[in-house]
Design a protein around this ligand. Structure first.
Ligand SMILES: [Zn+2]
Length: 343
């Protein structure tokens, strides 16, 4: 199988020759930026540099996918949020102290939303990667869900307070913001994306499982129906309490955090959605050695997790050595399985 075939089969929970390493979120590091001369902030704003940095996931690290949308703020910039683009060793952020919207009526998707430089560069990067690697590697795009956009455009606190005080108004807001998710997703599919990550930060520590059910499950089901490629939902934190709902959305996969054990997560989703994850970032990949990475990779493989990846966008200072240990450990595990089956 090619890497692309492997990823797409695993996203459909079909048989694979070996478990793919597939990163739904960023694999960018400072070391990789220097290696290919494509650094933040330009690698977040210029399509050619985005593509060059994303390609290293395949060419340097040996993953089965490439993913050029390193940040979570491309469309927020196009929606009009004030941005802080930062330097090569820091993530760009939205200045949430100066939110752009306060009420549902304020929400509007600008007519230049898809031609804005910060969405255009994503489309250009996907086109470049598709042309260069499209036959062999899965090209993954990313479109942010309305809950995440709510944080960026209303400010986290205001948005969460509104969801508590006025659920009806919150639904109206989500419904208006989801237009952005669909438009940007469709444009990336047209540009050549094989699959899309859909982060929607109803994260374990901020929002309950009941909130997921009330505000998001139906909308996520709608995204799965409307966007014509496999969708990978990304939510950080402890999410076992909402995985049953997530498994019923019709999305292809859920990108899950190391705060959830692989085995318990596989049991909850019960073959209704693929899981991708869940190698710990802040401790294992960032601060420990390849041996500890290996232990976590094997725990996921033993549990039957369909695609192996870091749990979220990796810290920019993560070592190449630790990242390479992910595909190496996957290959080693499969070699051992083959031997034990053969003997
Ligand atoms: Zn995350």
């Amino acid at each position: 199988m090619t890497s692309r075939e492997r990823v797409l089969a695993a996203l459909s929970r079909e048989p694979v020759d070996r478990t793919p390493c597939c990163n739904p979120t960023s694999l960018a590091t400072v070391e990789l930026m220097d290696l290919v001369d494509a650094r933040f902030p330009d690698a977040n704003r210029k399509g050619e540099q985005m593509a060059r940095l994303a390609a290293t996931g395949y060419t340097e690290l040996g993953f089965d996918s490439v993913m050029p949308v390193f940040s979570i703020i491309q469309e927020s910039s196009a929606l009009g949020c004030l941005m802080q683009w930062e330097g090569k060793d820091n993530w760009p952020t939205v200045k949430m102290s100066q939110p752009i919207w306060r009420e549902p009526d304020d929400i509007s998707i600008p007519s230049n939303f898809l031609t804005h430089p910060d969405t255009q560069c994503v489309l250009e990067a996907i086109r470049i990667l598709k042309k260069e690697f499209g036959e062999e590697v899965a090209v993954i795009g990313k479109t942010m869900g309305p809950w995440s956009l709510g944080y960026h455009c209303f400010g986290v606190e205001r948005f969460l307070l509104m969801s508590h005080d006025d659920p009806g108004k919150t639904m109206v807001c989500l419904d208006k913001m989801k237009e952005s998710t669909i438009l940007f997703g469709q444009a990336q599919i047209e540009a050549g994306a094989d699959a899309l990550t859909l982060p929607d930060h109803a994260t374990g520590d901020l929002v309950s499982g009941e909130y997921y059910e009330r505000f998001l499950r139906e909308m996520h089901t709608e995204f799965a129906a409307m966007l014509a490629v496999p969708l990978i939902l990304h939510i950080c934190g402890r999410t076992v309490d909402r995985m049953d709902g997530i498994a019923r959305t019709g999305m292809a996969a859920f990108h899950f955090d190391s705060k959830n054990r692989p085995q318990e997560s596989m049991e909850v989703v019960d073959s209704r959605i693929a899981l991708v994850g869940n190698i710990n970032n802040p401790e294992t990949l960032f601060a420990r050695s390849p041996e500890e990475v290996r232990v976590e990779v094997r725990e996921n493989l033993d549990a039957g997790v369909q695609l192996i990846a870091p749990e979220c966008a990796i810290p920019l200072q993560t070592s190449i050595e630790n990242l390479k240990a992910i595909p190496e450990s996957v290959r080693e595990w499969h070699r051992e399985k083959a031997v034990s089956v053969g003997s």
